[in-house]
Design a protein around this ligand. Structure first.
Ligand code: 5AD
Ligand code: FES
Length: 352
């Protein structure tokens, strides 16, 4: 195992079989060595700063029906909502006051949010707050749409690949969703000039150490600017209701590996991680993550954006979440950063 870690540090790459072995044969000692190495290289590049992004959940209306997701189209129990343009801008104004310099507009694939509607919102945000980055997390869209929104000022786009294994993808998503379209979208986003984030759930149904090894190889090759990973958590209104949740332990282990593959990557310690373990987000940061994404959505809708059961932070005001995370980061010796938090491209030791 120590040889694999040494090779990973030296080459920033392992074979798929080697990633698989690292996962299958992991133990506490391997995890702590990996976490220490991940933290060390993250510190060298980002110091003690943890970047924050203000998350605005703009709509839980979605035309897709992903088997794992609480806001899937066929969930009749989900109470639907959509924020208006003014409500979204109000969230951003509040976030700006609280010191956020990146806003993430996230939502289901809601046909209301046409290019025109989004261009207006993005344009307004960028002109009111020229010092801020706007990140979109709105799912699959046509190539031309990605280009238009980029021209309107969007800087970054998050689209989790969900799994890098075609058969696994099929077990998580019904037709007409497809692995090929997802991959094509990710490449279109890069071509359109976004800073791009991919990512996946840890412990999703039918996931194996082999599919995870393929996720790691995909991250290595696609070389995203960001990567969002968090544990799968079952939702009561989905067919995966009785499946076990992913663990904080495996999520942290994978965060460390991803940090060693891509030392500069922006790696969030997610809300889902804080949901499976009360200290999950702190553990994620100590394993090599360097981003947190507190919620800026109006409290009135928070409970409705429920992708999984027992999501945390659904009762707190934006300022409370900001303060809470600041305290949590300070306790582990980190500071919440108040700048845009772009990827740092400092040269790192590298040997192919
Ligand atoms: N558990 C954890 N994460 C989930 N997501 C969707 N449903 C769940 C769930 N039940 C993740 C998906 C999606 C992101 C917005 O949230 O990976 O891309
Ligand atoms: Fe929301 Fe702690 S971050 S309450």
């Amino acid at each position: 195992m120590m040889q694999l870690i040494e090779k990973l540090k030296r080459k920033r790459s392992l074979d798929i079989e080697e990633y698989q072995r690292l996962i299958d044969e992991r133990d506490e000692e391997t995890a702590s060595v990996l976490a220490a190495e991940a933290k060390k290289i993250c510190d060298e590049i980002y110091g003690d700063e943890v970047y924050t992004r203000g998350l605005i959940e703009i709509s839980n209306i979605c035309k897709n029906d992903c088997y794992y997701c609480g806001i899937r189209r066929s969930n009749r129990n989900c109470v639907r909502y959509r924020l208006s343009r003014d409500e979204i801008l109000e969230c951003a104004a509040e976030g700006y006051e609280l010191g956020f310099r990146t806003f993430v507009l996230q939502g289901g694939e809601d046909p209301f949010f046409t290019d025109q509607v989004l261009e207006d919102i993005i344009g307004q945000m960028k002109s009111s707050y020229p010092d801020c980055a706007v990140t979109l997390s709105l799912g699959e869209r046509p190539d031309e749409s990605y280009r238009r929104l980029r021209r309107a000022g969007a800087d970054r786009y998050l689209l989790r690949h969900e799994t890098a294994d075609r058969e696994h993808y099929r077990k998580l998503h019904p037709e007409p969703m497809s692995f090929d379209i997802r991959m094509k979208c990710l490449h279109s986003l890069k071509d359109a000039g976004y800073q791009v984030g991919c990512g996946f759930m840890v412990g999703s149904p039918y996931q194996t150490s082999l599919t995870l090894a393929k996720d790691l190889k995909f991250i290595e090759e696609f070389s995203p600017d960001m990567c969002g990973i968090g544990p799968f958590i079952p939702h009561r209104d989905t067919q995966f209701r009785n499946e076990p949740a992913g663990t904080c332990e495996l999520t942290c282990f994978l965060l460390s590996i991803i940090r060693l593959i891509k030392p500069n990557i922006l790696l969030p310690s997610t809300t889902a991680l804080g949901t499976v373990d009360p200290a999950g987000r702190e553990k994620g940061i100590l394993a090599g993550a360097n981003v947190v994404m507190p919620n800026l959505s109006p409290v009135s809708v928070r409970k409705k954006y429920e992708l999984y059961d027992n999501k945390i932070c659904t009762g707190e005001e934006s300022a409370q979440c900001r303060g809470c995370l600041e305290d949590r980061m300070n306790i582990i010796g980190r500071r919440l950063s108040v700048d845009r938090g772009d990827i740092k491209t400092a040269e790192v030791k590298y040997d192919r």
